[in-house]
Design a binder for this molecule. Sequence first.
Ligand code: CO8
Length: 258
Amino acid sequence: MTGYETIKVERRGRVGLITLDRPEALNALNTQLMDEVVAAAGEFDRDPEVGALVLTGSERAFAAGADIKEMASLEFADAYLSGLFTGWEAFTRLRKPVVAAVAGYALGGGCELAMMCDILLAADTARFGQPEIKLGVIPGMGGTQRLTRAIGKAKAMDLVLTGRMMDAEEAERSGLVARIVPVADLLDEAVKLAATIAEMSPVATLMAKEAVNRAFETTLAEGVYFERRLFNGAFATADQKEGMAAFAEKRPPNFEGR
Ligand code: CO8
């Protein structure tokens, strides 16, 4: 995992940590950064020693959006034919849980990238917004859809149509973020959270992520049916036997991922 120029990548125990690192542009998401994040995250996703990922930025910005300077002179055909930024779709197909640790600005594509993650942990300094309307465009990496699902139409319209930012308190109140922590503790808390997830049965963890995400793609009846199939399937794993035996024997489980 070397040779990256726009991100830093490290392992902390069973947690794969990716840090966006374009400080000169407040971590604006250009094509190189997208390709590097997708490559590094994909490697962690395939690594059996990794159980969960953390994606973070700097104290000043998680990411201040897609790179406006890269996009400014594009014509329709350039954007359409190149499939501009569609590489991020691979990020949404990661199978392991990803914790977004957000401090400072998470704007435009930055907010959209945070919403592609599975759990959003915010520093008290975090500020979220979809300011694309002020640039004469609209969100293009899922913002109108994921934000609306996360916080409902009223607030999504408010943010998308005015481009205003919301602070961490409002984001938590609205259901966008799971928890707020002091900015100084953000990374430690995010890694701790990911490490907790990484201690669970890997099979059950992937099943749980898959099942929750299904809720956004299907009807309630189909979603419950999908969940039941996975739930029943969990009884074919050694980890289910171990988890339930450990409970009965009043000891911590030792999951082997089988
Ligand atoms: N792109 C490129 N460069 C950026 C970006 C960005 N999104 N944001 C900040 N920068 C750069 C600035 O240009 C500046 O560089 P320089 O020093 O060379 O001028 C440097 O980062 C520092 O920024 P500021 O001096 O502006 O810092 P401030 O603290 O004064 O302001 C803000 C911080 C409020 C975050 C401000 O930088 C800002 O408003 N940034 C733009 C936010 C924005 O509009 N984001 C949305 C971008 S559009 C988008 O994300 C669309 C996504 C969908 C695309 C999908 C296509 C299919």
